[in-house]
Design a protein around this ligand. Sequence first.
Ligand code: SF4
Ligand code: SF4
Ligand code: SF4
Length: 221
Amino acid sequence: MEKEVRGYRVENCFGPQGCKNRAGPENDLAARIESLLAEKELLEFFKKSVKGPLKFHHEFSVALADCPNACSRPQIRDVGIIGAAVPEITGEPCSMCGECVDVCKEEAVRLEETGQVPKIDRSGCLNCGQCAQVCPTATIGIQRRACKILLGGKLGRHPRLADPLPGCYEAKEVLDIVSLCVDFYKQHSRGGKRFAQLYAESRHDFAADLAGLIHDEKKGC
Ligand code: SF4
Ligand code: SF4
Ligand code: SF4
């Protein structure tokens, strides 16, 4: 197994193969993250800091999912990335067909007979973009496509679900945050300590490092 350990792992969902649910931006983000991690020389870092043979669980792991269905399980990776399509009401006349209400699994769309306009409850919306996809009149559109970011998930003896960062991020911002996570990890991890454990123990110190990169809680997506 040791020969196959590369020091990092990037997993993707089936979105790039044409999944109709895809919500995130159309780009080469997975390939760009792979290149970034390759430059970080993680394998050399593990060889120096881990006693004994290297195993797959030592690798720094990133999972991308192209919509909130999260098929690639970003919640249990060091860094999880979830595609988001943020809906907006465009002002185009609504036919009151109800398709948007039916498709929303979060019950976040409501139709008001009086105003003939849909209302989206932003606190319940997961930014899957399905309401815009089914709307025949373009009354609901997509305001922006971006990514949610989760940090510090793992399985193993002490499993932990990753914490979401506030807001949504463009590809360049995602790369900056992944880069910072790896640098923080290399600086503080010894003996193969996992990023999730380190993140849970030193979240407040790390928050100071992240401060310039993360969005305001109130800004939403
Ligand atoms: S996460 Fe979404 S886009 Fe990716 S394969 Fe699953 S359903 Fe499709
Ligand atoms: S984007 Fe998805 S979760 Fe949000 S209102 Fe539309 S269908 Fe519901
Ligand atoms: S917003 Fe679009 S999908 Fe929803 S009821 Fe109006 S026309 Fe139908």
